[in-house]
Design a protein. Structure first.
Length: 416
């Protein structure tokens, strides 16, 4: 008679330690990712501070869809600061209104509220206007000897876009872009007290500037984005101020991370040896493929935090309710099981639906259509203008941050 062996469940403490996250340059030197998939038994891992780490595409796909896994609560994210009695009121306000820290049943209606104004259909209204913005910046860039792309092209492009889309003064939009960048210092995995304090100050400027601009625009009724938001809040019975704050917190990525990705998009193409002037297919067909592959290789967000809302078992690992889960989206996008030769920039790939750049399920990034649309328009205009480029010095990624962004991209650009 065959003897049955009971498979014992593992605990979080049984998982192997992923030591790479403790290194100072873990977000710059990504050579630690490939060996994860070369182990005899790749699977869930554990961070030194006790959280579960998921990196395989299959694990991330399953966990992002699991009914008992949600965002990490704001109270847990800010607990170390609150318990220490450290006052970061602006960051606390940001987390309290952000959908990134909401769980069900609160999350879904608020997510729908802030997502609808940024649907692909809504964003398409501004594509022509953004094309004009890109054309103006291209003229300036190509007339200069060289530029620092993020500061002199990407950030101005984002500021001008939001000034157009939200009908806000350009100087206020520029200030909001700068404040959003400062607020993102809160997302440093190993941030110092000084950096978090600086982030709190940036968050205050960001919140005050943008919410006041949204109030004025709403009073004028001159932005389709804001009008759509207000229509949604009426259906929820929500007051104007609460709706504006939820929308403003959602747009933090729009004012900061969008510019970071536009810079990464250009870097990814240049690194792959692709010149816009040499593209022979339809500009938008090319720009869509370029966006998909650049965002696979270089998603703007390396990881986000999820949390078990009930006891569950995944891959024979028992995850008690309240377990924090580090979702390494970047690693999942480089999983060779679904993306052969994963480090190669390849315009045509299978399994595009397996990309994890924007999370997924109910927790998919609300602003994904913004960054895709702006990236597609920017690259398409560069193709139409037959742009050539050359990166002028080695680039460096911003260290020890949850976001994936270049510190600078010095580049020489010319039109054909």
């Amino acid at each position: 008679m065959m003897r049955m062996t009971k498979v014992m469940q593992r605990s979080v403490e049984d998982l192997p330690l992923l030591e790479a996250l403790d290194t100072e340059n873990w977000s710059q030197d990504l050579s630690w990712i490939a060996p994860l998939f070369e182990q005899d038994q790749p699977g869930l891992a554990r961070a030194s501070w006790g959280d579960v780490v998921a990196y395989r595409n299959s694990d991330l796909t399953a966990l992002r869809q699991h009914k008992d896994i949600s965002h990490q609560r704001a109270a847990d994210q800010t607990a170390p600061y609150r318990e220490a009695g450290v006052p970061y009121p602006s960051l606390f306000e940001f987390f309290d209104y952000s959908t990134f820290t909401m769980q069900q049943p609160e999350h879904r209606p608020i997510k729908q509220l802030v997502s609808k104004p940024m649907s692909m259909q809504a964003v398409s209204v501004f594509r022509e206007g953004f094309a004009g913005i890109v054309q103006d910046l291209l003229r300036e860039a190509c007339a200069a000897d060289s530029i620092e792309f993020r500061e002199q092209f990407a950030k101005p492009a984002v500021a001008r876009f939001w000034a157009l889309a939200l009908d806000m003064p350009l100087d206020e939009s520029v200030a909001t872009v700068e404040a959003a960048g400062a607020a993102f210092e809160a997302f440093l995995l190993t941030g110092t007290a000084e950096q978090v304090l600086s982030a709190d100050h940036g968050a205050r400027i960001y919140i005050d500037t943008l919410t006041e601009a949204l109030r004025r625009t709403n009073a004028r009724g001159t932005s389709p984005f804001v009008a759509e938001l207000m229509a949604g809040r009426d259906a929820l019975g929500m007051d104007e101020e609460t709706a504006i704050k939820h929308f403003a917190m959602t747009l933090l990525d729009g004012f900061n991370t969008t510019g970071a990705f536009l810079t990464t998009q250009v870097f990814a193409l240049a690194e792959a040896g692709i010149q816009p002037a040499s593209v022979e297919v339809d500009p938008f067909q090319f720009s869509t493929a370029a966006f998909l592959e650049a965002s696979r290789l270089h998603p703007s967000v390396l990881l986000t935090m999820r949390q078990a809302t009930a006891d569950l078992v995944h891959d024979d690992v028992f995850l008690p309710s309240g377990t924090n889960i580090v979702c390494l989206w970047l690693a999942g996008n480089r999983d060779p099981e679904f993306f052969p030769d994963p480090l190669r920039f390849q315009l045509e790939r299978d399994n595009r639906a397996r990309q994890l750049t924007f999370g997924g399920g109910h927790y998919v990034c609300a602003g994904r259509n913004i960054v895709q649309s702006l990236s597609e328009v920017m690259v398409a205009e560069m193709v139409r203008e037959a742009v050539t480029w050359e990166i002028e010095s080695p680039v460096e990624w911003v260290p020890a941050t949850l976001t994936h962004e270049l510190g600078a991209l010095p580049i020489r650009m010319r039109r054909g």
